[in-house]
Design a protein around this ligand. Sequence first.
Ligand code: TYD
Length: 131
Amino acid sequence: MNTGKIINFNEFRDNRGALISLEENSNIPFAIKRIYYLYDVLESRGFHAHKQLEQVMICVHGSVVVKLEDETGNQSIKLNSKSEGLYIGSNVWREMHEFTPGTIVMVVASEKYDESDYIRDYQVFKKEMLK
Ligand code: TYD
């Protein structure tokens, strides 16, 4: 799957409300090892790439602008829908900007947390990942 692709989740809506289900190797295109979520965000976040990790980012409340850079170029994607997931592959620099107050971003990840998988230095990313 290409980085920057939006996955549209099937919403089960009836007179009681709505429900969305995420399943590994189905509407999530990898085996799920970890889920985390961001909230009470006061400033831009991210500013790193991952060597192996794949993620799907879902803005379950509010809105956020996600900037991505990989060897194919730059993308800027506004997420503001519970039923959309943004796929981000490995070797992609990501930044999250313009969180509106109350925004909650849920991230579904293919690996457990591993600091050694991070590239936090943009110059290192440019040199190592884009060569
Ligand atoms: P950080 O990577 O700085 O967040 P962001 O990329 O959104 O700016 O992570 C913040 C802190 O949380 C840092 O101390 C590492 C820790 N952390 C975990 O322990 N587990 C996780 O799954 C994540 C994503 C972060």
